[in-house]
Design a protein around this ligand. Sequence first.
Ligand code: CAA
Length: 241
Amino acid sequence: MTRLALITGGTRGIGAAIARRLLQDGCRVAVTYRGNAAAARAFMDATAIAAYPWDAGDFGACAAGVHQVEMDCAQGVDILVNNAGITRDASLHNMTPAQWRAVIDADLDACFNMSRAVIAGMRDRGWGRIINITSINGQKGQFGQSNYAAAKAGVIGFTKALALESARKGVTVNAVAPGYTATDMVAAVAPEVLRSIVLNIPVGRLAQPEEIAHAVAFLAHEQSGFITGSTLSINGGQYLA
Ligand code: CAA
């Protein structure tokens, strides 16, 4: 049967690479985006994948949005990729409550909101894949990212707990922890900071989004049913967790 995959933040960067890869692997694919309508339009034109605008940090919007996708596709979501994420980097002594809240909402609450909207259907159907994109910086911490590191570390704990709850129902829940990847998010880091980061990547370069998508496709595969609760690190050797 054709699986339906839904990827949050799926019109740019790692999310777009995941969407293209799952489509190539034979899934039906839908994506969400929050703000960048021009990027979403370009993505839809290039791929013919439907992109739905809603804020994954908003519980009600996720419930309504998932319902809409499932109605439009006349099928439940089989594969959820919680990919949407933002940064609001600042040292803690300068961080505002708004910077803290925005990252926790978008990077951690979104995993709850979206998973909550699909989990009952996956359990009923006896099959599902939830793949949460965490980060190397949730594993090792990062100067200027107490909000992001807390959210991404939270995603790993969330993944493990939901994996235990879902194991008997044919639903696997895993995390992928990318290192620094060639996306708009990393391009926003100051060039001198980024240069020193790349010096500490043993492979000697940034990841390409397609290399992260490859891991997501592996975890989404029919034959990956015994992998659950794991965190797959893809960081060029930068951090060996
Ligand atoms: N490591 C060590 N020291 C640092 C530092 C760092 N990364 N960044 C700043 N400092 C130093 C400053 O040089 C300064 O030192 P002096 O007082 O001796 O001059 C001191 O710390 C105080 O700095 P501030 O608190 O004023 O911080 P800042 O405003 O200079 O920098 C920051 C803050 C812009 C957030 C900076 O720390 C930074 O760019 N950090 C990296 C953030 C990062 O890697 N983000 C990743 C985004 S991509 C992503 O997140 C994707 C993913 O999952 C991997």
